[in-house]
Design a binder for this molecule. Structure first.
Ligand SMILES: [Zn+2]
Length: 265
């Protein structure tokens, strides 16, 4: 784990990259901040988390770090021990953690719950949606630390790295660490309702777009040509043919649209 800081004093905000070793976009954003060294109005902690996995360009060494929290100093796995160290390092910090996916190009935010912090900060980020994990947060960073996760774009793409940079700067502006103003936008909010499993197969197909409603009765995915049909309508989230080993992704419901209050004169 690499830990650095912008500004002096004890940080109450942190930016984390490389929770997954095959998602380099956030690391680029942090390296750029360290090169530029912008003057900050509040100290910011910067962390590159899973250096061993990044070096090998794999998601993890022993187990998924974002399912290993809170971890333990005596854990048998690299990520189990790292999770504990990361929680220690992030204690008391509002944390911004960057990821990328194989499922969706447009950035979106993932939060444990839609609390006041999420409602304030996330509409100021250049994201198209906010996803609440609710029951599916076990072992993730935000089960231990107050965290806003962002999916920056497609894994390994140049666009994801550029998005990571823009998202980080917007976050740091929204929390008052960087000077300037952010743009607030109306933001749809989705809540994960279920995991969409996939059977062992040679080929997987997904027929639907993430964040676009799937009607009841519509086929949405297939394993070796065997179609899965929606029992009831849902919104697919993080759904891709090859992103995860045993799941296609998640189903979600649309719960709200956070509207930007009209500016007062
Ligand atoms: Zn990730």
């Amino acid at each position: 784990m690499r830990v650095a800081q912008l500004g002096s004093g004890t940080p109450e905000i942190a930016v984390v990259a490389g929770v997954h070793g095959d998602e380099p976009c956030g690391v680029r954003a942090i390296e750029r901040l360290l090169d530029d060294r912008p003057t900050v109005e509040r100290p910011v902690k910067l962390i590159v988390a899973n250096e061993a996995a990044l070096e090998r360009q794999v998601r993890f060494v022993d187990e998924d770090l974002n399912r290993a929290f809170p971890g333990s100093p005596d854990a048998k796995t690299h990520e189990g021990r790292l999770a504990h160290e990361l929680v220690d390092e992030l204690d008391g910090c509002l944390t911004f953690s960057m990821h990328s996916t194989q499922s969706h190009a447009d950035p979106f935010a993932i939060v444990n719950g839609v609390n006041e912090t999420a409602k304030d900060i996330v509409p100021q980020l250049p994201v198209a949606a906010m996803v609440e994990t609710s029951n599916f947060a076990e072992g993730r960073l935000f089960s231990s630390i107050d965290t806003i996760e962002v999916e920056c774009g497609l894994q390994g793409s140049e666009t994801a790295a550029e998005n990571a940079d823009r998202l980080t700067r917007s976050f740091l502006t929204a929390v008052g660490a960087l000077p300037g103003d952010t743009v607030r936008r109306d933001l749809p909010v989705y809540r994960l309702t279920d995991v969409i499993r996939k059977d062992q197969a040679d080929t997987y197909e997904v027929f639907v777009e993430n964040f676009t409603e799937v009607e009841a009765g519509a086929p949405f995915a297939a394993a070796d040509g065997e179609k899965q049909v929606a029992d009831e309508s849902f919104y697919p989230v993080l759904m891709s043919s090859n992103g995860y080993r045993d799941v296609f992704g998640y189903s979600a419901e649309k719960v709200d649209v956070l509207e930007t209050p009209a500016a007062a004169d």
